[in-house]
Design a protein around this ligand. Structure first.
Ligand SMILES: Nc1ncnc2c1ncn2[C@@H]1O[C@H](COP(=O)(O)OP(=O)(O)OP(=O)(O)O)[C@@H](O)[C@H]1O
Length: 256
């Protein structure tokens, strides 16, 4: 059940922000989308989730255009965690996580044992069990981010698309959530992450897609793409590599 973008271009406010992007994503792998600010990473993720209308090209899931999938079906198959997700209702965290199961049952039906099991598993994976009775408005940014990730995990989608899921997490939770996301891929689902941290990407990703100015600069297995020269070209930074070669730390700006 591949997720495939073909000749994908997206315009926002009459400006082209993605140009002719082509990629094939396969289940069982973690793909990291990296690139400078404004490169089009979030727009690409939204397009993969069927949430923006392409100006040209298409996104298909198992051969069917995602834009044409019935919304409930699409929500069951593609879980999307936006960047800086806001919560508009000040309800208990458990209610937010439970919303992840809504696409799985008929309108107004009571949660099934499978729903309860999926919610408990998501709470455990994100270490949010202790937060379930707290109103979300009273949670810290990192706690809220974990609750929102739990909501997407509870939906057990075939594809999990997350936009900067580590942004407000402390190092322990970053490592833990990355391991959980790897586990989702190992279990046979597809995981696509927009990340900023090169080291985290090197740690978690099987495949890496580098975007700059709305176009793909490099894509493929992480070991092939995350090289000092490619990273320097895309981000205008000099990097030092840690032993092993894949872990990189930016050490200076390339000017001119
Ligand atoms: N709603 C919008 N209307 C108009 N332009 C937009 C809109 N959203 C994003 N853009 C523009 O589209 C381009 C790509 O934005 P996008 O958010 O996809 O980039 P990004 O790579 O995710 O950036 P960042 O790393 O800063 O989050 C940017 O130039 C941005 O200013």
């Amino acid at each position: 059940m591949d997720l495939i973008a073909t000749g994908l271009s997206v315009d926002l406010a009459a400006r082209r922000v993605l140009t002719d992007v082509g990629l094939t994503l396969s289940p069982g792998r973690v793909t990291a989308i990296l690139g400078p600010n404004g490169a089009g990473k979030s727009t690409l993720l939204k397009a993969l989730a069927g949430l923006v209308t392409p100006a040209a090209g298409s996104v298909t899931l198992a051969g069917a255009p995602v834009a044409g999938l019935p919304p409930r079906d699409r929500a069951r198959r593609i879980g999307y965690l936006p960047q800086d997700a806001a919560v508009h209702w000040n309800v208990a965290a458990r209610e937010i996580v439970a919303l992840g199961r809504v696409p799985h049952r008929a309108p107004f039906a009571a949660p099934s044992p499978a729903d309860h099991a999926a919610i408990e598993a998501a709470l455990a994976a994100t270490e949010t069990i202790a937060l379930v009775d707290r109103p979300v408005a009273q949670l810290s940014g990192g706690e809220r981010a974990r609750v929102l990730l739990a909501r997407v995990l509870a939906g057990q989608p075939d594809w999990l698309l997350a936009d900067e899921p580590l942004a407000s997490l402390d190092p322990a939770h970053q490592v833990d959530i990355l391991d959980r996301l790897r586990g989702v891929a190992v279990a046979g689902r597809g995981v696509v992450l927009v990340l900023h941290d090169l080291a985290q990407a090197a740690r978690v990703a099987d495949d890496v897609l580098l975007l700059r100015d709305g176009a793909v600069v490099a894509a493929g297995p992480a070991a092939d793409v995350l090289t000092p020269s490619t990273v320097a070209r895309v981000f205008d930074v000099r990097v030092a590599t840690l032993p092993g070669g894949r872990m990189m730390v930016p050490i200076g700006r390339i000017v001119g």
